[in-house]
Design a binder for this molecule. Sequence first.
Ligand code: NDP
Length: 237
Amino acid sequence: MTGFAGKSVLVLGGSRGIGAAIVRRFAADGATVTFSYAGSREAAERIAAETGATAVMADSADRDAMVARVRDSGPLDVLVVNAGVAMMGDPGELDADEVDRMIRINVNAPYHAAVEAARRMPEGGRIIIIGSNARDRTGFPGLAAYYMTKAAVQGMVRGLARDFGSRGITVNAVQPGPVDTDMNPADGPLKDMLHGMMVIRRHGRPEEIAGMVAWLAGPEAGFVTGAMHTIDGGLNA
Ligand code: NDP
């Protein structure tokens, strides 16, 4: 497949899980792909060797380092902000510094990355941020801070879509439900509860999320912007 031949794609957080599937998908479709990682160097090197993509170390919690990576990637046709972390627990017990770090990764980073990428993005550019279906329905306790970060993604996507629309740049969120990754393994302790809330009673596959991202990045989605695209096996139905 060569649907993205000649296109330059940056995926923030591409070493594992959904991000790795997005890297694989764009690389298979002919794009020139760069992706960032923070802690998983070996995994990143494996994905790079497998796909021909370029792996760069950049911690999304470090705004200056992350923005520099976006800038150094040159004019981008597509920016995908996938890097994210999730914390679960009693809000009174969670480490406040870790909560703030999650906010830097899940909220501050996508905003600043999108703004930086848009500076040099050509007409037809695409910005896609991975949110969460948990934004639309707080199914169970212990995730207030995480939900908060993914709610913020909705606000920035709507606002930035209006800010960049006149330049032909679209901004969208993809909101997965349970997807089988290190963050939320299909055989993890939440499996039965999650599947019990779903119409399609299984975890999603990272490739299924990558497929939606690729569609949003492609020519058929030129009229789609400022929108939330939930892909969750009907959990929120
Ligand atoms: P994983 O934990 O499996 O992978 C997370 C990816 O993000 C890794 O590549 C990791 O890289 C990268 N990342 C994390 N922190 C940083 C950082 N500080 N700087 C740069 N990269 C970072 O998670 P998933 O693949 O499951 O999740 C991907 C996205 O999808 C997240 O935004 C998550 O919130 C969202 N999501 C996931 C759901 C699920 O059920 N899996 C459901 C709803 C939303 P490294 O290891 O190198 O640091």
